[in-house]
Structures are given as C-alpha cells and as structure tokens.
Design a protein around this ligand. Structure first.
Ligand code: FAD
Length: 284
C-alpha cells in the first residue's frame, strides 16, 4: 500500500438525485447537515442513458448555489459524443472541475442503442481530448471484481486502461472485506497504477436493500455478516447498531492500511454517514 500512503486523504459523500420535489426538499436538509462535517466534495449519481439527467442537474445546481464542491457522475453508455460534450460544456460553465466518469448500465427497457461509447476508458479519453486537464477525473474500481469482467486479470487491465486514458483518481464499489481492497492495491502497484484508489463505504442500514444491491453489483456480504444481519430479522435497531460497529472497524482497517480517504454512499441520509465520520474522528 506504499503508493497510496503518499496521497492526501480525501473524505467525500455521494448523493443520488431525488425523484420528487418533497425528496429534493429533504435532500437539501441532508446536504446542509452533512456539509457541516466539511467534506472534500459531494458527488451526485447519474442514470445511464440520461435517465436521471435533469434530476442530477437540479441537485448539482443546488450544491453549486450553496458554494459546495461538487462532482457530478457522468455515465456514457447509450450516449453520443455531442450529448456528452454538451454536458461537459454545461458543467465547465458552472465552474465544476471534478467528474466521476463511468460507463453505467443501460436500464432495462431502454432499448439496445449502445451510443458512441462502449467502456468508461473511452469516456475518459474523450473528456481529456476535448477538455484537456480542466476536469479532475474519478473512475470506478472493483476490489471484488466487476460482475461482467471475464477474469480478475482482465478487470485489472481494463482498470488500467482508464488510468492510462487520464483518470486522476478512483472510487471503489463498496465491499466488507478489507483484504480485497489491500490485494487490489497490490495488484495495481504491480501494474504501475499509482493513482489514489479511495474505498467506497456503504453503511449498513437495511439488510433487504443491502442484499439486493450487493447481488446486482457483485459485492460479497461475508457469511458471518449475512448470518448476523439475517438473524436480527425486523429488529432494525440491532441491524444498524451491529452494522455501525462492522463498518467503523472496516474503515479503521482501511485507513490504518493507508487508504487515501473514504467516499461514503450516504443513500441521502445524514445519520449513518455522519455517525461513521464521528466514530473515525474525521476532521474533513
Ligand atoms: P467500465 O470501466 O467500462 O467497466 C465495465 C465492464 O467492462 C468491466 O467488467 C470491465 O472489466 C469491462 N471493460 C472495461 N473496459 C473494457 C475494454 N476496453 N474492453 C473489454 N472490456 C472492458 N452507475 C450509474 O448508472 N450511475 C452512476 O452515477 C454510478 N456511479 C457509480 C459510482 C461508483 C464509485 C461505482 C463504483 C459505480 C457506479 N455506478 C454508477 C455503477 C457503474 O456504472 C457500473 O458498475 C457499470 O456496470 C460499470 O461502469 P464502469 O464505469 O466501471 O465501467
């Protein structure tokens, strides 16, 4: 983990754009509370094929109006070059200088038109070609291997393509096994990948929802953890309290091992991420 230790730690929060005006009002309160913790930035997810484009823009607008450092996610699958360019120009005009560049997954029922980009490395290459060094580019990394990867080796090679195309930094898919992250970093070092790889942290709040997300994203919930959480049944308080202990310990292990920060998947909630932040003594 030598290569990770030299980076200045970055602590950040991820939001998703709400579907309703009421959701947006609630999110404004969440943002204001989480911003008191002084994160490096907030990122805002974006639906592939532009499915949540306007809602992402509205959330980003609000963050910018509050003077908060913002990193919109931008996924490319199903999009054409001119559409992506329009979005990049929009963000550049807004003074945004950080983007999370992704391939994304086509939502089911949106048709098979693949657009001009097949993989995220092509998006990174395009952004660099068209906008030079204006944007600091984050990309996704998968310590437990992307579910569509043919092999673990191929997945690492594909990660390197994004780095070689000009990614500055990476955020991982969430995981509950610190060793998977440490091994991933060692594999990166063997490939001379030296950009910061910031672990994505998913607080444990709701077991059914977590199990569903984990199946879709290829994240392993270790047997010992699954059994404990399942055993609590509908006892939400016990799930949250046990989950908080487990995730606090995970974060401590990652930081002790040299992780260059943490990116919290807030699920638009103040409580779990801010509690973790406090447990870890993060100053922001
Ligand atoms: P890629 O890096 O393109 O990889 C996708 C798959 O293709 C991998 O299996 C990879 O090994 C393979 N591959 C990559 N390049 C090549 C190549 N050149 N040749 C052959 N195979 C290749 N989704 C959203 O829709 N919106 C979001 O806002 C969003 N935010 C995310 C944030 C983070 C931090 C993470 C980790 C994921 C996020 N996702 C989001 C989910 C992500 O879009 C999916 O995991 C998607 O399936 C892959 O996107 P990617 O950018 O990692 O793709």
């Amino acid at each position: 983990m030598q290569s990770q230790k030299k980076h200045t730690p970055t602590f950040s929060f991820e939001l998703f754009p709400p579907k309703t005006p009421e959701g947006m009002e609630k999110l404004k309160v969440t943002i204001s509370e989480l911003n008191k913790l002084n994160p490096a930035y907030f990122s805002v997810t974006y639906g592939a094929g532009g499915s949540t484009q306007d809602r992402t823009f509205a959330t980003v607008d609000h963050l910018r109006e509050c003077g908060i450092n913002t990193a919109p996610h931008l996924s490319c699958i199903g999009s054409h070059r001119d559409e992506i360019m329009e979005i990049l120009n929009h963000y550049r005009d807004q003074g945004i200088s950080r983007i999370v560049a992704l391939r994304g997954d086509m939502p089911s029922g949106m048709g098979g038109e693949p657009g001009d980009f097949r993989y995220a490395n092509e998006l990174v290459e395009f952004i660099r070609k068209e906008t030079g060094d204006h944007f600091y580019l984050e990309v996704a990394a998968y310590p437990e291997i992307h579910p569509q990867a043919t092999t673990a080796e191929a997945d690492l090679d594909n990660f390197k393509r994004k780095v070689d195309a000009g990614a500055n930094s990476a955020i991982t898919q969430y995981f509950y096994n610190a060793d998977a992250y440490c091994r991933f970093i060692e594999d990166c070092e063997k490939r001379d990948i030296e950009i910061p790889v910031v672990p994505g942290i998913m607080p444990i709040n709701n077991f059914v929802q977590l199990a569903r997300f984990s199946d879709a994203s290829g994240t392993e919930i270790p047997r010992w953890l699954r059994q404990r959480l399942e055993g609590y049944g509908d006892d939400i308080d016990s799930i949250r309290s046990y989950g908080m202990d487990v995730v606090t310990r995970l974060c401590e292990q990652l930081l002790e091992a040299g992780a260059p920060g943490l990116h919290f998947y807030t699920m638009n909630q103040v409580g779990p991420s801010s509690q973790l932040w406090k447990n870890l003594g993060i100053k922001g």
